[in-house]
Design a protein around this ligand. Structure first.
Ligand code: ASP
Length: 300
C-alpha cells in the first residue's frame, strides 16, 4: 500500500489577514487525511474537503460566497476522477448547500459532465441534495464587499481590490493509498461579476483536472485567464509529457499563465508519486497539505 497525499487551497490574492484561515485549513486537511488514512478514495476525500470549505463562511464557496452585480450568490463547482477521467461540474446554481456534492452527482448519475442553472438545481432535487435559503449563503461581509466593489466600479478577485482579504475560492487534490488521483474546486466566482458569468472553476481542464497518468490540479484566480490557457490541463501536460514533478509543474504553469495572458492566480498539484506542489502569481495564496504523515498550512 502506498502512502497518501492531500492538498487543499482557500484562494489566491493579496491576503491581508492570513492567520485567520489557519485553524480552518488545518482542521479540514486533517479531516480529509483521516479519511484517506482509513482507506477512502481520493475522490471521496476531495469532495469531503471541498464540502467542508463550502460550509465555512470564511471562504468564497457555498456559504459565504461572493455576490454578483445583482447581489446574488451563484455557485460553480467541479470534480474529476483521475482513475477513470470521469468528471462532473455545475455552474450558476442557486441554493444548493454543497455545489461540490452536486458536481459529484452529475459525474456519477447524469451521464453528462456539466449542468447549469435551473436544470442543475432540478437535478439536485432529484438526487435529494440539501438546499438552503438566500440568508444562509449571503453574509453581511459579502454585502459590504459588493457595495465597495460597486463604489470603485470594479470586478475583483475575492482576495484583491474590493475583496477585504478574508475569503477565497476553494479546492482540493489528493492521491489515495491505491495511487488514484482526484481533484475538486468550488467558488462563488468574482465580486460584482455579471449575473450568468462563469469562471474556470467548473471548466474541466481550466480550473480542475485529474489523470492518474500525471497529476491532479485545482486552480484559483481570475477565471477568464485560466480558461484561455486551459491552465489545469497545461500543468498536467507538463507532468505527463515533460516529466516534471508537482512543484516544478505548478511553477511552470504559472510562468505560462503570466507569459501568455498575464494571468493572476495560483494552483495546487499532487502528482502520481504523491508529491505536492503549489505556485501563484498573486502576492499570496492559502494552502494546506498532508503528506508523509504531517499537516502543513501555508497562509501568506
Ligand atoms: N477562479 C474563480 C473564478 O474566476 C475565482 C477565484 O478563484 O477566486 O470564478
Amino acid at each position: 500500500m502506498m502512502d497518501f497525499s492531500l492538498m487543499i487551497h482557500g484562494g489566491a490574492g493579496a491576503i491581508r489577514d492570513p492567520q485567520r484561515y489557519e485553524a480552518s485549513l488545518r482542521a479540514i486537511v486533517e479531516s480529509g487525511a483521516n479519511l484517506l488514512a482509513a482507506g477512502s478514495s481520493a475522490l471521496d476525500a476531495v469532495v469531503h474537503c471541498v464540502a467542508l470549505l463550502e460550509d465555512d463562511p470564511l471562504f468564497n464557496a457555498g456559504r459565504g460566497s461572493v455576490l454578483n452585480a445583482d447581489g446574488e450568490v451563484l455557485c460553480d463547482a467541479s470534480v474529476m476522477d483521475g482513475r477513470t477521467l470521469k468528471a462532473g461540474a455545475v455552474a450558476a446554481i442557486r441554493g444548493v448547500k454543497n455545489p461540490a456534492r452536486l458536481a459529484y452527482e452529475v459525474m456519477e448519475h447524469s451521464g453528462h459532465v456539466l449542468l447549469v442553472g435551473e436544470g442543475a438545481e432540478r437535478f439536485a432535487r432529484a438526487r435529494r441534495l440539501a438546499f438552503e435559503g438566500e440568508d444562509y449563503f449571503k453574509t453581511q461581509e459579502r454585502v459590504a464587499q459588493l457595495a465597495k466593489a460597486k463604489r470603485k466600479r470594479e470586478i475583483a478577485l475575492d482576495h484583491s481590490g474590493a475583496g477585504d482579504g478574508k475569503y477565497g475560492t476553494v479546492g482540493a487534490v489528493a492521491r489515495d493509498r491505491n495511487g488514484d488521483l482526484a481533484a475538486a474546486t468550488s467558488t462563488g466566482g468574482v465580486v460584482n461579476q455579471l449575473s450568468g458569468r462563469v469562471g474556470d472553476s467548473p471548466i474541466i481542464g481550466a480550473g480542475t483536472f485529474a489523470d492518474n497518468a500525471s497529476c491532479a490540479v485545482s486552480c484559483t484566480g481570475v477565471g477568464e485567464d485560466f480558461i484561455r490557457v486551459s491552465l489545469a490541463r497545461t500543468a498536467s501536460f507538463f507532468v505527463e509529457f515533460r516529466a516534471m514533478q508537482a512543484e516544478e509543474a505548478a511553477r511552470e504553469a504559472i510562468r505560462y499563465l503570466v507569459a501568455k495572458v498575464n494571468g493572476q492566480g495560483g494552483l495546487i498539484v499532487v502528482d502520481r508519486q504523491g508529491r505536492c506542489g503549489q505556485a501563484h502569481s498573486t502576492p499570496g495564496m492559502l494552502t494546506a497539505q498532508f503528506a508523509g504523515g504531517v499537516a502543513r498550512v501555508d497562509a501568506t
